[in-house]
Design a protein. Structure first.
Length: 466
């Protein structure tokens, strides 16, 4: 042949010249998809069995190819085989390696009945399934850390806030646990996502399936999938499971960012609720007194990166006609980056939370600030059969009197309370305490100690790392 396929490429026979250097550079993806090499080899092993089962390989050929794939895997794992400059992608690099060991005649038989399109659609799913387990465990470790910190501070109160203003006193434990449940929902999303990702596109070929009679269920079973795609075009052209995974990663980042924002605020001199451990803080190159919450700030910053990865992938997908388009090469870098980011961030974040020290005395002193017990007064009035609309009005007038006279709720004389309303009898003072307020809030999911203990028990039973 005058024009043989260029080494490192899986195509070229119908072309009279090679791709321009600029096109080759643009098409090249081994610098990011090489992490899928072991998954590609696993796919080749499964495909080998399908070819043998369908009669396209005899016993000797199948055994020799299996040994070649084993050798290739060993070389990849040892780092002695890696992509070369001319290799377009992970698939072409590994086929080059296969042929280097097996020879062109035997090695060239393995490509029959499959396309890079169904290969990569399957490999990315296999990869994400494994990485999901790693992220799952890291999130569980953070949930464990937060629940342990909640257990340490069961009796400590703090100001609960809405609109960043003091609202009602809550237990510090209750507030900490509020950061676990969004993470639990992220784990639930990962669990639901696993159902949709557990489908193998192998056998879809380029888009229309294969005429060779290969068994896609055999390949799916070998690769650990529970089923195969119901439509070959959809199998090669869809990346919704990748986008959904990126969405879950971005939500994890957002949930970390919200906690990080509070940690940053709590560590300020003005709040002074916490002190961060030296191992999870940094200093200033010019101001020797500084102790900066860099882990929290990086968590807050990297959440934007995770959102960007999701947004970029969605934008890539939105206008693609069926079936496969080369645009889909862009699905990998965003999701790879999101995985790498969370694998780096989550352990550091867990360490920061595990080691930070709470100034519980300061938090408790401020728990009643800003008239945070006013709602308790209003609800006490309701218990006296005062309509809540009226109770709300009475309590508002009581707060107004306190503000004008620079008094706390508990400092208003009985005679002045009686002037505000005949319903404000001295017995109302029973609810003008932080401990009484917290104890009274005993409904499902509320801040009282029994409810907090229930939360910790539920977390440890179902969601702490296994």
């Amino acid at each position: 042949m005058e024009n043989e396929t260029k080494p490192g490429s899986l195509w070229g026979g119908r072309f009279e010249s090679s791709a321009a250097d600029t096109v080759a550079a643009l098409s090249k993806s081994t610098h990011f998809d090489w992490r899928l090499a072991e998954y590609d080899i696993a796919g080749s092993r499964a495909h080998l069995k399908a070819l043998f089962s369908a009669g396209y390989l005899n016993n000797d050929e199948a055994e020799r190819l299996k040994k070649v794939l084993d050798q290739l895997l060993e070389r990849v794992q040892a780092g002695s085989f890696a992509p070369k400059e001319q290799d377009e992608d992970v698939h072409s690099a590994l086929e080059r390696g296969l042929i280097e060991i097996a020879g062109a005649e035997l090695g060239g038989k393995l490509r029959a009945g499959r396309s890079r399109n169904d290969q990569i659609a399957t490999l990315i799913r296999s990869y994400l399934k494994d990485e999901a387990e790693v992220i799952d465990q890291l999130v569980r470790e953070l949930i464990e850390v937060i629940s342990n910190r909640a257990q340490e501070h069961l009796g400590s109160a703090m100001p609960g806030r809405t609109h960043m203003q003091n609202a009602q006193p809550v237990l510090l434990s209750h507030h900490l646990l509020a950061h676990t449940w969004p993470l639990v929902r992220d784990l639930e999303r990962l669990r639901d996502w696993r159902v949709r990702v557990d489908v193998s596109p192998y056998g879809a070929g380029a888009l229309a399936g294969t005429s060779l009679g290969l068994d896609p269920i055999l390949v799916a079973t070998e690769l650990g999938f529970s089923s195969t795609t119901q439509n070959s075009i959809d199998g090669t052209a869809s990346r919704d499971v990748v986008a959904e995974f990126n969405f879950i990663m971005s939500l994890i980042g957002i949930n970390l960012s919200r906690f990080a924002e509070e940690i940053i605020i709590w560590a300020t001199t003005e709040f002074g609720y916490i002190k961060l451990d030296d191992a999870y803080s940094t200093g200033s190159s010019i101001m020797p007194q500084k102790k900066n919450p860099d882990v929290a700030e990086l968590a807050r910053g990297k959440s934007g990166r995770l959102i960007g990865n999701l947004t970029g992938l969605l934008a890539t997908m939105k206008g693609l006609p069926l079936a496969y388009n080369r645009d889909l090469q862009e699905d990998k870098e965003p999701v790879f980056d999101s995985i790498d980011t969370l694998k780096l961030l989550l352990p550091a974040f867990s360490g920061m939370v595990a080691t930070m020290k709470f100034d519980v005395d300061r938090m408790e002193r401020q728990a009643s600030a800003g008239f945070s017990l006013a709602t308790d007064v209003a609800e006490w009035l309701v218990k006296q059969r005062v309509p809540f609309r009226e109770a709300h009005e009475i309590t508002g007038k009581l707060v107004s009197y306190c503000e004008k006279n620079s008094l706390g709720l508990h400092e208003v004389p009985d005679s002045e309370m009686a002037k505000i309303s005949k319903f404000l009898t001295p017995e109302v003072r029973d609810v003008m305490s932080v401990s009484g307020s917290i104890k009274s809030r005993n409904g499902a999911g509320a801040t009282s100690l029994p409810r907090v203990l229930e939360q910790i028990s539920e977390l440890r039973k179902s969601w702490v790392r296994k």
